[in-house]
Design a protein around this ligand. Sequence first.
Ligand code: FER
Length: 377
Amino acid sequence: MKKRALLIIMIFMAAAMCACSSKVRKETDMEAGNGSKQEIMTNDNAEIDMNVFAAGIKVEGVRNEAEADSKTDNTDSGPETANKNGDTQSDPAADIVDGGIEERCPTIYETTRDNVSYGEFIHDTYYSETCGMERGCSILLPADYSEDKKYPVLYLLHGIFGDEYSFSGDKNNKIREIITNMAADGIIGETILVCPNMYATSDPAQKPGFDSESVKPYDNFINDLINDLMPYIEEKYAVLTGRENTCLAGFSMGGRETIFITLSRPELFGYVCAISAAPGIVPTKDKFMAHEGQISESEMKFAEDATEPNVFILCCGTRDSVVGTYPKQYHELLEANGAAHIWYEITGADHDNNAIKSGLYNLLKQIAYDKSKTHER
Ligand code: FER
């Protein structure tokens, strides 16, 4: 009988220890994007699933109700054009280059096609003087990549808690399909996509989090990108250099750094898109933390004599549950300070792949439009 009582006490103790350690994990574990359910508490005591960061809330390849509400017609595959036999055929390239923003990436660009070859993401490393260590990046080369050609480059920056695998590891963002299908249709040139690790720390033990110290390596990424990664990519791969051939885009934390990098070094990037940009460029306090701000509100503009990007897009879903209206506030600040840009909202999109697909598609579409004006496409 005594033995049985002892056993019951031991079981109770073990159960209590388990519950305790899972609570510690919930509050301290900052790893995200591995599919397991981990949560973080905001200052208003709301629980947020950690997997919403890095590469967005996961939405499957099906269109949701909110999308059906959206005014954009996703099934439109372009205007009907008559060929010389009088038959009508769809020519997507004919209408894509009209300069208009479409809230949703059309289905024809995000769908895998049988007659198109898609490249595979590769992983590479480079030495970062900025961080004093070897760092990784994922790279999507066109399927028929050849050293005999030269390609424009798009640097794509992930969200908080992410790394160089955040985009390549999520098949639902359709980045590979969009970039390859648009090139296959001749809308854009074949493009090399580079997905870096944006956490530019010199301390391998440092981890991201919602406090000023833990966020600093993201703000340091500008140095790693410009002084280490871009020179490495330009030396190792067959890339076209210069702002006309160098594009920058980012999601959330990556969107915030995209704006900061663009305002700081606008002469380097001809085509830019900040998707669902996170707060903290200017001082503020949101549900996650107080932000000191990278710059003041009056500095949220290009320098007087700056070479500005040909295309600078800011966008966000109307139902973004993580960054809310911060992207809109950035737009309003840029507008008040006279910095040219395109702003649009994606009806019904959350902090998710619908926003990512939309931003990427519209950036590439604007590149096509801009190049069509100067016949460079
Ligand atoms: C914040 C809110 C959102 C913040 C970062 C984010 C550092 C980033 C979200 C994401 O990358 O998905 O206050 O502060």
